[in-house]
Design a protein around this ligand. Structure first.
Ligand code: ADP
Ligand code: GN1
Ligand code: MG
Length: 370
């Protein structure tokens, strides 16, 4: 966002105080995020300004409508429970015209949130306790939305976690091979195609009525939870762009994909990448507890499959993007998406080798759910 003149966006919003700085912030792969500071008398206020990625989210109006409704719904519950709705949910700052976002004359869409101060979003796991807290926060988030009218939510990215559809998109990227890179990544392509039978296991169960459709977050990376610096508690789930009807298994799966990995998502040295069972244990304990006994027997039984499929799906999305010339995920170096794909495939392989242990972890917490 370095080239933007933020002033003209900031003046559109109903902020407290005068903006004094705006700096690029965070490590998301999708939106452009900026930390804004204002001064109000002797007091400083902080906000988040984001440019919504409208290539990825093509209906910003529907997306913001979802976010406003979901955050108000959660905020109300937090208030009733005596919590702090200014820190325990995102708070959208309206524009001076009373809108939830501002569309500039070039069609770019901007939104603002209150900044959640005194809390950290971890890009890399530092300790299992953070994973437990992350799992707990995402499980609770799903619970808080269990009585939200799911059908009234806009589907912000259609088929977002439809893994068979993702595989079809991946195949097309390989066949089209627009950058002429496919022959250099044959082992990775083969690894993915060899697992075709797995890709539709959960969607088949959903279609057969064996898994429930819930309101889910759909992007449950640890860095989408704010962990309170003082208490160590996961206080707020952020990055709500993909909240829509989905599978609890995908939220669990993405949590494990990112949280149980021993290395960064873009680690180049694959010998450092594996699925850590203590990390997986902490994520599982938190998530199952956070869901508060609501997961069905089928959901519990399929949790390891959720972890494997979310990781495989993410791997194929990174590789498809590499083959298509890095058009979706932000990249910071040549081959970045390929490096990311390779970590995901390494994790899938490791999960397959540790399948029995992963099932044991799930059984341990599944038994305690009532
Ligand atoms: P992306 O979709 O690009 O991942 P996010 O909404 O997750 O965008 O924001 C990117 C990062 O900005 C987050 O990982 C977090 O560090 C920070 N962030 C976003 N919203 C807030 C907020 N309200 N308060 C504090 N930090 C935030
Ligand atoms: C993106 O927005 P961010 O960085 O939290 C992506 C997720 C991927 C993730 C991989 C809308 O998440 O689906 O799992 O990168 N979000 C979208 O790190 O595509
Ligand atoms: Mg994010």
């Amino acid at each position: 966002m370095a080239d933007y003149n933020y002033g003209k966006y900031l003046e559109q919003f109903a902020l407290e105080g005068e903006p004094v700085s705006a700096v690029a912030y965070g490590n998301g792969h999708i939106n452009d995020t900026c930390l804004v500071t204002t001064v109000c008398g002797t007091e400083e206020k902080k906000y988040i300004l984001q440019r919504i990625n409208t290539k990825v989210f093509q209906d910003p109006q529907g997306l913001m409508e979802n976010i406003v409704r979901v955050t108000e719904f959660i905020g109300e519950k937090i208030r009733k429970r005596g919590g702090d709705p200014l820190r325990e949910t995102l708070n959208v700052i309206s524009t001076k015209a009373g809108e939830s976002f501002y569309r500039d004359k070039n069609g770019e869409c901007w939104r603002m949130y209150l900044f959640i101060d005194g809390a950290t979003s971890f890009d890399q796991v530092e300790k299992p306790e953070d994973l437990y807290q992350g799992g707990l926060a995402f499980g609770r988030f799903q619970q808080l939305l269990s009585d939200f009218p799911a059908r009234t939510l806009h589907e912000t990215i259609p088929d977002f976690h439809n893994t068979p559809k993702r595989l079809a998109d991946f195949r097309r990227a390989v066949e089209e091979d627009v950058c002429g890179l496919a022959s250099s990544v044959e082992p990775e392509i083969r690894f993915i195609l060899d697992r075709e039978a797995d890709t539709h296991v959960l969607t088949d169960m959903l279609a057969a009525g064996e898994l429930p459709l819930r309101v889910t977050h759909n992007d449950t990376k640890l860095n989408n939870v704010m962990i309170d610096n003082a208490t160590g508690r996961g206080i707020c789930v952020i990055d709500l762009d993909t909240v829509m009807p989905g599978l609890a298994l995908n939220d669990y799966g993405d949590l494990i994909r990112f949280g149980a990995s021993t290395a960064a998502e873009d680690e180049k040295d694959l010998s450092r990448v594996s699925c850590d069972l203590a990390f997986a244990d902490a994520c599982t304990r938190g998530f199952v507890e956070g869901c508060g006994g609501s997961l069905t027997a089928n959901e519990l039984a399929m949790l390891p499959m959720g972890a494997k499929l979310m990781t495989l799906e993410c791997g194929m999305r990174f590789l498809a993007d590499y083959l298509q010339g890095d058009v979706y995920f932000k990249v910071h170096r040549p081959g970045h998406n390929l490096d990311r794909c390779r970590t995901q495939l390494k994790l899938v392989q490791d999960m397959e080798e540790k399948w029995v242990e992963l099932q044991k972890i799930v059984s341990k917490y599944a038994g305690r759910r009532q």
